[in-house]
Design a protein around this ligand. Sequence first.
Ligand SMILES: [Zn+2]
Ligand SMILES: [Zn+2]
Length: 261
Amino acid sequence: MKKLDYHLHSYFSADSEENPRNHVLEAIEHGLEEICFTEHRDFYFPEIDFSLNVAKYFREINRLQVEFKDKITIKIGLEMGIDLRFKSEISEFINSASFDFVIASVHEIDDIEVYDGTDFYLNKSKEEAQKEYLLACLEVVQNFELYNSFGHLDYVARYGAYADKSINFVDFEVILLEILRNLASKGKALEVNTRLFSESKTQQFYSDLLINFKKLGGEFVTLGTDSHVAKRDWAAIDNAREIIKKAGFKELATFSKMKVK
Ligand SMILES: [Zn+2]
Ligand SMILES: [Zn+2]
């Protein structure tokens, strides 16, 4: 199974200050064969301007691809925040450049950011907040096709003022199976996002997702740390690889110009 990281952010994303070169050096030092930058673009995001200077992004990563071509494969990707109200702008943006790989992610719902300190979790039990998030993800996978992998299904478990933020597969089995069925039947990849992998409940959640994705005929899995800095939890990648293998996936999916390799 390839050693790679298919979800990382540098200073081309509004919420990262990391130099992409540092990501490359760190990845080489840890023996990765391939990385894919997946910078943020979210249309009309509340509070923060998540625009992306595409020309500058391509120029700089293209230079790194040349400089490190004998050491590591570097891909140019995108993490697209999906809000179906802006479907046409989103599609136009994705088609405007030759991205290697596109992650579809839900970061806000009806102009409310799914994040700490926002109104999203206000007056909601953890289960209500998680259900609302997953239903928004389901709507996206049912109505949007222009992407390769669906990002961080456990995103909602990162935030909210709950003593135990974790998410359980069995609590949302019907919705999650429907999401996985859509991804599998449309040839989309499921992302294993290692951001919360230090918690065993996260590992269990992804293990349940992967086993069911395989049963439903899912073929492609991508793996990413979602790291906004070069230093990261490398053990999480190894743990994730084991869970992916155990679920019956022999290889991680990689992409060029949005086509699976
Ligand atoms: Zn994200
Ligand atoms: Zn991300």
